[in-house]
Design a binder for this molecule. Structure first.
Ligand code: GAL
Length: 398
Protein backbone atom coordinates (compact mmCIF):
# COMPACT_ATOMS: atom_id res chain seq x y z
CA UNK A 1 0.00 0.00 0.00
CA UNK A 2 1.54 3.27 -0.93
CA UNK A 3 1.85 6.11 1.50
CA UNK A 4 -0.42 9.06 0.93
CA UNK A 5 -0.95 12.33 2.67
CA UNK A 6 -4.55 12.65 3.69
CA UNK A 7 -6.59 15.17 5.69
CA UNK A 8 -7.19 14.10 9.29
CA UNK A 9 -10.93 14.71 9.17
CA UNK A 10 -11.38 12.57 6.09
CA UNK A 11 -9.17 9.95 7.64
CA UNK A 12 -11.19 9.77 10.84
CA UNK A 13 -14.43 9.69 8.89
CA UNK A 14 -13.14 6.81 6.81
CA UNK A 15 -12.01 4.89 9.86
CA UNK A 16 -15.27 5.30 11.73
CA UNK A 17 -17.34 4.51 8.65
CA UNK A 18 -15.21 1.43 8.10
CA UNK A 19 -15.78 0.30 11.66
CA UNK A 20 -19.53 0.69 11.23
CA UNK A 21 -19.74 -1.02 7.84
CA UNK A 22 -17.22 -3.80 8.10
CA UNK A 23 -17.63 -4.46 11.79
CA UNK A 24 -14.07 -5.73 11.76
CA UNK A 25 -11.98 -4.98 14.79
CA UNK A 26 -8.24 -5.02 15.06
CA UNK A 27 -7.41 -2.72 12.16
CA UNK A 28 -4.13 -1.27 13.18
CA UNK A 29 -3.57 2.12 11.64
CA UNK A 30 -0.01 3.21 11.31
CA UNK A 31 -0.22 6.98 11.32
CA UNK A 32 2.41 9.65 11.58
CA UNK A 33 1.45 13.22 12.25
CA UNK A 34 2.97 15.60 9.74
CA UNK A 35 2.87 19.05 11.42
CA UNK A 36 0.00 21.16 10.10
CA UNK A 37 -2.50 23.80 11.16
CA UNK A 38 -5.44 22.82 13.38
CA UNK A 39 -7.93 22.89 10.52
CA UNK A 40 -5.69 21.30 7.96
CA UNK A 41 -3.82 18.73 9.94
CA UNK A 42 -2.49 16.01 7.68
CA UNK A 43 -1.38 12.51 8.35
CA UNK A 44 0.84 10.18 6.45
CA UNK A 45 -0.92 6.86 6.38
CA UNK A 46 1.13 3.83 5.51
CA UNK A 47 -1.68 1.32 5.76
CA UNK A 48 -5.25 2.19 6.59
CA UNK A 49 -6.59 -1.21 5.77
CA UNK A 50 -7.37 -4.54 7.27
CA UNK A 51 -4.80 -6.81 8.84
CA UNK A 52 -7.42 -9.45 9.51
CA UNK A 53 -6.07 -11.93 7.03
CA UNK A 54 -7.84 -11.07 3.82
CA UNK A 55 -7.50 -7.93 1.81
CA UNK A 56 -10.67 -6.65 0.17
CA UNK A 57 -11.04 -5.66 -3.47
CA UNK A 58 -13.94 -3.44 -4.56
CA UNK A 59 -15.06 -4.01 -8.14
CA UNK A 60 -17.42 -1.38 -9.60
CA UNK A 61 -18.78 -2.39 -13.01
CA UNK A 62 -20.97 -0.01 -15.03
CA UNK A 63 -23.78 -2.18 -16.30
CA UNK A 64 -25.79 -5.36 -16.11
CA UNK A 65 -27.37 -4.73 -19.48
CA UNK A 66 -24.40 -5.56 -21.66
CA UNK A 67 -22.94 -9.02 -21.87
CA UNK A 68 -19.33 -7.95 -21.61
CA UNK A 69 -19.64 -6.30 -18.21
CA UNK A 70 -21.22 -9.38 -16.70
CA UNK A 71 -18.31 -11.41 -17.99
CA UNK A 72 -15.73 -8.87 -16.79
CA UNK A 73 -17.31 -8.81 -13.34
CA UNK A 74 -17.41 -12.60 -13.09
CA UNK A 75 -13.80 -13.01 -14.31
CA UNK A 76 -12.47 -10.35 -11.96
CA UNK A 77 -14.33 -11.73 -8.97
CA UNK A 78 -13.26 -15.33 -9.50
CA UNK A 79 -9.64 -14.43 -10.17
CA UNK A 80 -9.23 -12.21 -7.13
CA UNK A 81 -11.05 -14.73 -4.92
CA UNK A 82 -8.89 -17.57 -6.21
CA UNK A 83 -5.85 -15.45 -5.32
CA UNK A 84 -7.11 -15.19 -1.72
CA UNK A 85 -8.80 -11.79 -1.69
CA UNK A 86 -12.26 -10.92 -0.51
CA UNK A 87 -14.36 -9.22 -3.20
CA UNK A 88 -17.19 -6.72 -3.12
CA UNK A 89 -18.64 -6.41 -6.63
CA UNK A 90 -21.41 -4.12 -7.82
CA UNK A 91 -22.93 -3.37 -11.23
CA UNK A 92 -24.36 0.13 -11.58
CA UNK A 93 -27.12 -0.47 -14.13
CA UNK A 94 -25.74 2.32 -16.35
CA UNK A 95 -26.67 4.92 -13.72
CA UNK A 96 -24.10 7.41 -12.46
CA UNK A 97 -25.69 7.84 -9.03
CA UNK A 98 -25.86 4.08 -8.53
CA UNK A 99 -22.17 3.83 -9.26
CA UNK A 100 -21.28 6.64 -6.88
CA UNK A 101 -23.29 4.88 -4.16
CA UNK A 102 -21.58 1.56 -5.00
CA UNK A 103 -18.13 3.09 -4.65
CA UNK A 104 -19.02 4.95 -1.44
CA UNK A 105 -20.16 1.62 0.02
CA UNK A 106 -16.81 0.06 -0.92
CA UNK A 107 -14.83 2.90 0.64
CA UNK A 108 -16.90 2.58 3.79
CA UNK A 109 -16.25 -1.17 3.79
CA UNK A 110 -12.55 -0.35 3.92
CA UNK A 111 -11.50 -1.97 0.67
CA UNK A 112 -7.79 -2.17 -0.12
CA UNK A 113 -8.16 -1.59 -3.85
CA UNK A 114 -10.83 -0.16 -6.12
CA UNK A 115 -11.27 -1.42 -9.67
CA UNK A 116 -13.66 0.88 -11.50
CA UNK A 117 -15.14 0.74 -15.01
CA UNK A 118 -17.07 4.01 -14.99
CA UNK A 119 -20.56 4.58 -16.40
CA UNK A 120 -19.46 8.14 -17.11
CA UNK A 121 -15.72 8.71 -16.97
CA UNK A 122 -16.12 12.31 -15.80
CA UNK A 123 -18.68 11.86 -13.04
CA UNK A 124 -16.58 10.28 -10.31
CA UNK A 125 -14.20 13.15 -9.49
CA UNK A 126 -15.66 13.68 -6.03
CA UNK A 127 -15.87 10.06 -4.97
CA UNK A 128 -12.32 9.43 -6.23
CA UNK A 129 -11.20 12.18 -3.88
CA UNK A 130 -12.92 10.30 -1.09
CA UNK A 131 -11.08 7.13 -2.10
CA UNK A 132 -7.82 9.07 -2.01
CA UNK A 133 -8.67 10.41 1.43
CA UNK A 134 -9.06 6.81 2.58
CA UNK A 135 -5.73 5.92 0.91
CA UNK A 136 -7.37 3.42 -1.46
CA UNK A 137 -5.53 2.92 -4.74
CA UNK A 138 -7.64 2.98 -7.88
CA UNK A 139 -7.38 1.02 -11.13
CA UNK A 140 -9.43 2.44 -13.98
CA UNK A 141 -10.73 -0.64 -15.74
CA UNK A 142 -11.33 -0.63 -19.50
CA UNK A 143 -12.87 2.89 -19.49
CA UNK A 144 -10.73 5.81 -18.42
CA UNK A 145 -11.62 7.69 -15.24
CA UNK A 146 -11.37 11.33 -16.23
CA UNK A 147 -10.88 14.67 -14.47
CA UNK A 148 -9.18 13.31 -11.38
CA UNK A 149 -5.56 13.03 -10.30
CA UNK A 150 -6.50 10.09 -8.07
CA UNK A 151 -6.29 7.36 -10.65
CA UNK A 152 -3.28 5.11 -10.22
CA UNK A 153 -3.41 2.93 -13.33
CA UNK A 154 -5.48 2.19 -16.39
CA UNK A 155 -5.93 -1.33 -17.82
CA UNK A 156 -7.60 -1.53 -21.21
CA UNK A 157 -7.21 -2.38 -24.85
CA UNK A 158 -5.75 -0.10 -27.45
CA UNK A 159 -9.09 1.66 -27.98
CA UNK A 160 -8.05 3.75 -30.99
CA UNK A 161 -6.86 0.54 -32.65
CA UNK A 162 -10.34 -1.00 -32.18
CA UNK A 163 -11.69 1.81 -34.37
CA UNK A 164 -8.95 1.55 -36.99
CA UNK A 165 -9.59 -2.20 -37.26
CA UNK A 166 -13.26 -1.49 -38.01
CA UNK A 167 -12.41 1.22 -40.56
CA UNK A 168 -9.72 -0.89 -42.24
CA UNK A 169 -12.08 -3.82 -42.45
CA UNK A 170 -14.61 -1.77 -44.43
CA UNK A 171 -11.85 -0.18 -46.54
CA UNK A 172 -10.51 -3.60 -47.52
CA UNK A 173 -13.87 -5.35 -47.90
CA UNK A 174 -15.03 -2.67 -50.37
CA UNK A 175 -11.52 -2.45 -51.86
CA UNK A 176 -11.75 1.33 -51.67
CA UNK A 177 -8.20 1.79 -52.91
CA UNK A 178 -9.23 0.38 -56.28
CA UNK A 179 -12.75 1.77 -56.45
CA UNK A 180 -12.20 3.64 -59.70
CA UNK A 181 -15.17 5.96 -60.11
CA UNK A 182 -17.37 3.78 -57.88
CA UNK A 183 -18.93 5.20 -54.72
CA UNK A 184 -20.41 3.33 -51.77
CA UNK A 185 -23.03 4.40 -49.24
CA UNK A 186 -22.20 3.91 -45.59
CA UNK A 187 -23.70 4.92 -42.24
CA UNK A 188 -22.00 5.30 -38.88
CA UNK A 189 -23.25 4.27 -35.43
CA UNK A 190 -20.99 5.42 -32.58
CA UNK A 191 -21.05 4.62 -28.87
CA UNK A 192 -22.09 6.27 -25.64
CA UNK A 193 -20.86 9.89 -25.55
CA UNK A 194 -20.09 9.70 -21.81
CA UNK A 195 -17.87 6.64 -22.28
CA UNK A 196 -14.34 7.88 -22.91
CA UNK A 197 -13.62 4.85 -25.09
CA UNK A 198 -16.41 5.69 -27.52
CA UNK A 199 -14.56 8.66 -28.93
CA UNK A 200 -11.34 6.65 -29.37
CA UNK A 201 -13.28 4.00 -31.31
CA UNK A 202 -14.93 6.69 -33.43
CA UNK A 203 -11.69 8.58 -34.09
CA UNK A 204 -9.78 5.43 -35.03
CA UNK A 205 -12.54 4.44 -37.45
CA UNK A 206 -13.02 7.93 -38.86
CA UNK A 207 -9.32 8.51 -39.51
CA UNK A 208 -9.34 5.47 -41.81
CA UNK A 209 -12.47 6.39 -43.78
CA UNK A 210 -11.97 10.19 -43.93
CA UNK A 211 -9.83 10.21 -47.11
CA UNK A 212 -12.48 8.16 -48.95
CA UNK A 213 -15.26 10.46 -47.76
CA UNK A 214 -13.26 13.41 -49.08
CA UNK A 215 -12.75 11.72 -52.46
CA UNK A 216 -16.43 10.73 -52.66
CA UNK A 217 -15.58 7.03 -52.76
CA UNK A 218 -17.64 6.78 -49.59
CA UNK A 219 -20.87 8.73 -49.17
CA UNK A 220 -23.08 9.08 -46.07
CA UNK A 221 -26.60 9.73 -47.43
CA UNK A 222 -28.00 10.67 -43.98
CA UNK A 223 -25.28 13.31 -43.64
CA UNK A 224 -24.79 12.09 -40.04
CA UNK A 225 -21.06 11.79 -39.60
CA UNK A 226 -19.88 13.57 -36.47
CA UNK A 227 -19.45 11.85 -33.14
CA UNK A 228 -22.39 13.35 -31.29
CA UNK A 229 -24.89 12.92 -34.15
CA UNK A 230 -23.97 9.26 -34.54
CA UNK A 231 -23.61 8.49 -30.78
CA UNK A 232 -25.82 6.01 -28.91
CA UNK A 233 -26.65 6.66 -25.24
CA UNK A 234 -25.75 3.75 -22.96
CA UNK A 235 -24.73 1.77 -26.06
CA UNK A 236 -28.40 0.85 -26.23
CA UNK A 237 -29.50 -1.74 -28.78
CA UNK A 238 -33.00 -0.27 -28.87
CA UNK A 239 -31.80 3.29 -29.45
CA UNK A 240 -29.45 2.15 -32.21
CA UNK A 241 -32.31 0.25 -33.87
CA UNK A 242 -34.65 3.23 -33.61
CA UNK A 243 -32.14 5.67 -35.08
CA UNK A 244 -31.12 3.32 -37.88
CA UNK A 245 -34.72 2.50 -38.84
CA UNK A 246 -35.27 6.26 -39.13
CA UNK A 247 -32.21 6.59 -41.37
CA UNK A 248 -33.33 3.71 -43.62
CA UNK A 249 -36.86 5.04 -43.92
CA UNK A 250 -35.71 8.59 -44.66
CA UNK A 251 -32.62 8.12 -46.84
CA UNK A 252 -32.88 4.64 -48.35
CA UNK A 253 -36.33 4.72 -49.85
CA UNK A 254 -37.08 2.28 -52.66
CA UNK A 255 -34.13 -0.02 -53.19
CA UNK A 256 -31.30 2.46 -52.70
CA UNK A 257 -28.25 0.54 -51.59
CA UNK A 258 -26.34 0.73 -48.35
CA UNK A 259 -22.92 -0.95 -48.52
CA UNK A 260 -21.74 -0.74 -44.93
CA UNK A 261 -23.00 0.05 -41.44
CA UNK A 262 -20.01 0.79 -39.23
CA UNK A 263 -21.06 0.15 -35.65
CA UNK A 264 -18.73 0.79 -32.72
CA UNK A 265 -19.76 -2.26 -30.74
CA UNK A 266 -21.94 -5.34 -30.73
CA UNK A 267 -24.90 -4.01 -28.74
CA UNK A 268 -25.35 -1.20 -31.29
CA UNK A 269 -24.64 -3.61 -34.18
CA UNK A 270 -27.49 -5.77 -32.90
CA UNK A 271 -29.93 -2.86 -33.13
CA UNK A 272 -28.67 -1.87 -36.57
CA UNK A 273 -28.94 -5.47 -37.79
CA UNK A 274 -32.55 -5.61 -36.60
CA UNK A 275 -33.33 -2.31 -38.35
CA UNK A 276 -31.77 -3.61 -41.58
CA UNK A 277 -33.67 -6.91 -41.34
CA UNK A 278 -36.99 -5.08 -40.90
CA UNK A 279 -36.60 -1.91 -42.96
CA UNK A 280 -33.97 -2.32 -45.68
CA UNK A 281 -35.02 -3.11 -49.24
CA UNK A 282 -31.71 -2.66 -51.09
CA UNK A 283 -31.30 -6.40 -51.68
CA UNK A 284 -27.53 -6.59 -51.01
CA UNK A 285 -25.74 -7.94 -47.96
CA UNK A 286 -24.77 -4.91 -45.84
CA UNK A 287 -21.33 -5.08 -44.20
CA UNK A 288 -21.81 -4.62 -40.44
CA UNK A 289 -18.99 -4.13 -37.93
CA UNK A 290 -19.02 -4.60 -34.17
CA UNK A 291 -16.93 -5.12 -31.07
CA UNK A 292 -16.96 -7.50 -28.08
CA UNK A 293 -17.85 -10.87 -29.60
CA UNK A 294 -21.14 -10.97 -27.70
CA UNK A 295 -22.85 -14.33 -28.05
CA UNK A 296 -25.88 -13.04 -29.97
CA UNK A 297 -23.59 -11.21 -32.39
CA UNK A 298 -21.48 -14.32 -32.93
CA UNK A 299 -24.71 -16.10 -33.80
CA UNK A 300 -25.38 -13.37 -36.39
CA UNK A 301 -21.79 -13.70 -37.63
CA UNK A 302 -22.19 -17.44 -38.18
CA UNK A 303 -25.57 -16.86 -39.85
CA UNK A 304 -24.10 -14.15 -42.11
CA UNK A 305 -26.03 -11.20 -40.64
CA UNK A 306 -23.02 -9.43 -39.06
CA UNK A 307 -19.72 -9.31 -40.92
CA UNK A 308 -17.12 -8.79 -38.24
CA UNK A 309 -16.58 -8.07 -34.58
CA UNK A 310 -13.49 -6.88 -32.75
CA UNK A 311 -12.62 -9.28 -29.96
CA UNK A 312 -11.04 -8.10 -26.76
CA UNK A 313 -10.00 -11.02 -24.56
CA UNK A 314 -11.65 -9.96 -21.33
CA UNK A 315 -10.10 -12.82 -19.41
CA UNK A 316 -6.66 -11.42 -20.34
CA UNK A 317 -7.71 -7.95 -19.26
CA UNK A 318 -8.64 -9.39 -15.88
CA UNK A 319 -5.37 -11.34 -15.67
CA UNK A 320 -3.41 -8.10 -16.08
CA UNK A 321 -5.67 -6.40 -13.55
CA UNK A 322 -5.06 -9.17 -11.03
CA UNK A 323 -1.28 -9.00 -11.47
CA UNK A 324 -1.39 -5.23 -11.13
CA UNK A 325 -3.75 -5.30 -8.15
CA UNK A 326 -1.55 -7.83 -6.32
CA UNK A 327 1.56 -5.74 -6.96
CA UNK A 328 -0.13 -2.55 -5.73
CA UNK A 329 -1.51 -4.21 -2.60
CA UNK A 330 1.88 -5.65 -1.77
CA UNK A 331 3.33 -2.14 -1.72
CA UNK A 332 5.01 -2.04 -5.14
CA UNK A 333 4.75 0.70 -7.74
CA UNK A 334 4.65 -1.39 -10.89
CA UNK A 335 5.66 -0.15 -14.32
CA UNK A 336 6.95 -1.91 -17.43
CA UNK A 337 8.53 -4.50 -15.10
CA UNK A 338 5.11 -5.97 -14.29
CA UNK A 339 4.83 -7.27 -17.84
CA UNK A 340 8.25 -8.95 -17.74
CA UNK A 341 7.68 -10.37 -14.28
CA UNK A 342 4.22 -11.71 -15.09
CA UNK A 343 5.02 -13.48 -18.35
CA UNK A 344 1.40 -13.09 -19.48
CA UNK A 345 1.69 -15.11 -22.68
CA UNK A 346 -0.24 -12.48 -24.67
CA UNK A 347 0.62 -9.02 -25.98
CA UNK A 348 0.47 -6.23 -23.41
CA UNK A 349 2.13 -2.81 -23.67
CA UNK A 350 2.97 -0.36 -20.90
CA UNK A 351 2.11 3.16 -22.02
CA UNK A 352 2.75 6.34 -20.06
CA UNK A 353 1.78 8.82 -22.77
CA UNK A 354 -1.53 8.08 -24.45
CA UNK A 355 -4.16 8.40 -21.73
CA UNK A 356 -4.36 11.94 -20.42
CA UNK A 357 -7.48 12.11 -18.24
CA UNK A 358 -7.59 15.89 -18.11
CA UNK A 359 -5.63 16.02 -14.84
CA UNK A 360 -2.84 13.50 -15.24
CA UNK A 361 -1.52 11.04 -17.79
CA UNK A 362 -2.53 7.70 -16.36
CA UNK A 363 0.04 4.89 -16.70
CA UNK A 364 -1.65 2.25 -18.79
CA UNK A 365 -1.43 -1.44 -19.58
CA UNK A 366 -2.90 -1.95 -23.03
CA UNK A 367 -3.84 -5.20 -24.72
CA UNK A 368 -4.32 -5.95 -28.40
CA UNK A 369 -7.75 -6.32 -30.01
CA UNK A 370 -8.32 -8.86 -32.81
CA UNK A 371 -10.68 -8.86 -35.83
CA UNK A 372 -13.08 -11.81 -35.93
CA UNK A 373 -14.90 -12.93 -39.07
CA UNK A 374 -16.65 -16.14 -40.03
CA UNK A 375 -13.32 -17.31 -41.48
CA UNK A 376 -11.14 -17.02 -38.39
CA UNK A 377 -13.70 -17.43 -35.62
CA UNK A 378 -12.69 -21.03 -34.85
CA UNK A 379 -8.99 -20.27 -34.83
CA UNK A 380 -9.27 -17.11 -32.72
CA UNK A 381 -12.11 -17.93 -30.34
CA UNK A 382 -12.53 -21.71 -30.16
CA UNK A 383 -8.99 -23.08 -30.54
CA UNK A 384 -7.80 -20.50 -28.01
CA UNK A 385 -10.35 -21.79 -25.48
CA UNK A 386 -12.28 -18.52 -25.08
CA UNK A 387 -15.53 -19.93 -26.53
CA UNK A 388 -17.08 -23.35 -27.24
CA UNK A 389 -19.95 -24.45 -29.47
CA UNK A 390 -23.19 -25.46 -27.72
CA UNK A 391 -25.52 -28.25 -28.88
CA UNK A 392 -27.27 -25.88 -31.29
CA UNK A 393 -23.95 -25.04 -32.93
CA UNK A 394 -23.67 -21.54 -31.46
CA UNK A 395 -20.74 -20.05 -29.62
CA UNK A 396 -20.82 -19.60 -25.86
CA UNK A 397 -18.13 -17.78 -23.90
CA UNK A 398 -16.20 -20.07 -21.53
C1 GAL B 1 -16.76 0.26 -23.91
C2 GAL B 1 -16.02 -1.01 -23.97
C3 GAL B 1 -16.53 -1.81 -25.09
C4 GAL B 1 -18.02 -1.91 -25.15
C5 GAL B 1 -18.74 -0.69 -24.69
C6 GAL B 1 -20.16 -0.95 -24.32
O1 GAL B 1 -16.28 1.06 -22.93
O2 GAL B 1 -14.65 -0.79 -24.11
O3 GAL B 1 -15.93 -3.07 -25.05
O4 GAL B 1 -18.48 -3.00 -24.49
O5 GAL B 1 -18.11 -0.03 -23.67
O6 GAL B 1 -20.29 -1.39 -23.05
Amino acid sequence: MKNRRIPLIAMLAAISAAAVFSGCGGNEKNMTAAGASKEEEELVVSDTHSDDGKEIVGIAMPSVNLERWNRDGAFLQSQFEAAGYEVIKEHADDLIDDQIADIRGMIAANVDLLIIAPVDGSSLTKVLKEAEAAAIPVISYDRLLRDSPYVDYYVSFDNYRVGTLQGEFIRDALDLEHAGGESYNIEITAGDPVDNNARYFYNGMYDVIAPYLEKGTLVVPSGQTDFYTTATSSWSTDLAEERFSGILNSYYAGNKQLSAAICSNDSTALGVTRAITDNYRGGNEVLITGQDADEENLKNLLDGRQTMTVYKALSNETVVTLALGKAIMSGQTPGEDLIEASDFGFACAYDTESYDNGEITVPSYLLEPVVITKDNVDEELVDTGYYSYDEQGYLRAN
